[in-house]
Each structure stands twice: as C-alpha cells, then as structure tokens.
Design a protein around this ligand. Structure first.
Ligand code: HEC
Length: 98
C-alpha cells in the first residue's frame, strides 16, 4: 500500500472510532422529530421552551397544561397539534423517575 493509502486508511479508521465514541445523545428519549419541531416552534412564542422542559408531568398533567396553553393562554394550535405535543411531552418529560 502507498503512503497516501495508509494515511487515508488511518484517517478513515480514526473517524469511524470517533463516531462510535459519540453516539447520538439519549436516542430513546428524543421523541418523534416532527413532534419535537412542532413543540419547539409552537411552545416558544410566549416563554422559552425550558419552561415546559423543566417540568415532569404524567399524561393528565401535560394534557391539562397544553389544553390550558391552547384554550386559555391562546397558543395557536389545532386539537390535532395539541395531541402530538402532549404525546411528545409525555415521552420526553414524563413523570420523574420513570
Ligand atoms: C400565547 C402564549 C403562550 C404559548 C404559545 C404557550 N404558552 Fe405556556 N404559558 C403561557 C403563560 C401566560 C403561562 C403562565 C400562566 C399559566 O401557567 O397558565 C405559561 C406557562 C407554562 C408552563 C408552566 C405552568 C405549568 O402548568 O407547568 C408550562 C409547562 C407551559 N406554559 C407549557 C407550554 C407548552 C407545552 C406550550 C405549547 C403547547 C406553551 N406553553 C405555549 C403562555 C403561552
């Protein structure tokens, strides 16, 4: 093998190792990317998304909160979008210790 070939091989190997050492963070916690995008765009209008992301609630809790944002505080989402966001929040911000 030529010198350039060896260097290339070494580079390929080391980048493969780096990728293996950096798996995507908490894949199973990430939720549906479309729901995440919806949540991030709709729920950041009035307060930072850290507001909901700082909480842990069960399905009833998130249903109450998201419904209140929609019906009382005036968050412009459809019932369908509310459901998607509730599912997402239950998944990533469910009850503590789950
Ligand atoms: C139109 C403005 C507005 C939008 C959009 C909005 N919120 Fe809120 N949010 C508020 C206001 C005002 C409060 C404080 C009063 C209250 O708690 O109802 C609040 C408080 C909160 C709280 C803290 C209180 C609690 O019950 O834990 C959470 C969590 C929350 N919002 C989540 C969300 C989520 C999730 C979305 C997206 C579905 C959202 N918000 C979109 C206005 C908004």
């Amino acid at each position: 093998m030529t010198m350039a070939g060896k260097t290339l091989l070494a580079l390929l190997l080391s980048s493969a190792l780096l990728c293996a050492a950096n798996p995507a963070p908490a894949q199973q916690e990430a939720g549906d990317p479309k729901a995440k995008a919806l949540f991030e765009s709709k729920c950041s209008a009035c307060h930072p998304i850290s507001r909901p992301l700082g909480k842990n609630k069960d399905r009833d809790g998130w249903t109450n909160t998201v419904t209140r944002m929609q019906k009382v505080n005036g968050c412009p989402i459809t019932d369908e979008e509310a459901k998607t966001i509730i599912d997402y929040l239950v998944q990533v911000r469910g009850p503590a210790g789950k």
